[in-house]
Design a protein around this ligand. Sequence first.
Ligand code: 1HN
Length: 349
Amino acid sequence: MFDKPTLTSERRNFYERLDPHHLTPLWEVLGQLVIQQPASPCRPAHWRYDAIRDYLLEAGRLITAKEAERRVLILENPALRGNSSITHTMYCGLQVILPGEVAPSHRHTQSALRFVVEGDGAYTAVDGERVTMRRGDFIITPSWTWHDHGNTGVDPVIWMDGLDIPLIRMLDASFAERLDDDSGSGAQPVTRPEGDALARFGNNMLPVDWQPSSMTSPVFHYPYERSRETLDRLARSGPLHAAHGVKMQFINPASGGSAIPTMATFIQYLPKGFAGSVERVTDGTIYNVVEGRGRTTIGDRTFDWAPRDIFVAPSWMPVSLQADDDAVLFSYSDRPIQKALGLWRSSAN
Ligand code: 1HN
């Protein structure tokens, strides 16, 4: 759109003299900076759970959760290797915790989401309340809250971590602390019974004198049982959206906004045989398959997916979803940031 002017020897000489002063002429780079539409360098990518699971268990034999702080394999976008990024703003990892282990308590300004993939004997604790992690549960660790994880069961437990790490890095806004741990267990003290937050905030009511103290949802656990029932009912009552079937976003019930201020989280249902229309959105999106098999075409790539697989659709690439069975997909993206700034666009509107 903005063409580069001709490079004359006189101009080249000028640029060379500018360089030591850390100066660059805009007209030489404008075309790269301001483009007609997004052209993300991120690539569409797909990780088969079957291919990763053994590596996670091998990591479990090589390093303890305590020594690692968090035993995680990071899913890096193939075009962004070395950046711990799955899109320009989002991080994705798979974390494993073995029976008897504790991942010690700490807090940081990065927000995290957990999406439970395998096993059901682990808990995560957030600011004094523990929640048992079950497959398909979506759990939030809000910015600057103490959190630790433990496995009191007999099997390894594995979940997907989604964090806004690249965004916070870009903003130079990272702070972190480790809990001063007198007990030596690594775990923070439990101060509220399990289910407390869900009872207070997760039933379309709020305690009458409650005032929000953060922008993150006070409900930090969205059990799969409830999400699945919602999808089930809506699938029966319709209508289905041509591109995304039945798609719900997880919200902060106190504000109506997204459950996490920097990350949107969604769960969607695609009926068996669904062949979705093509859609583009400006938020690069990470998907985790909960149920069913199907395929997704992203730009010129097509991925066949199965339960627990993860795939990423970069910003503004055409995406279409197909389901061979009744399928459920969880996904997350930076949509709330884009919406807050009036930047979000979809080809549908
Ligand atoms: C973190 O705190 C967790 O608490 C997981 O489980 C992954 C990646 C980078 C920075 C902090 C966790 C993380 C992380």
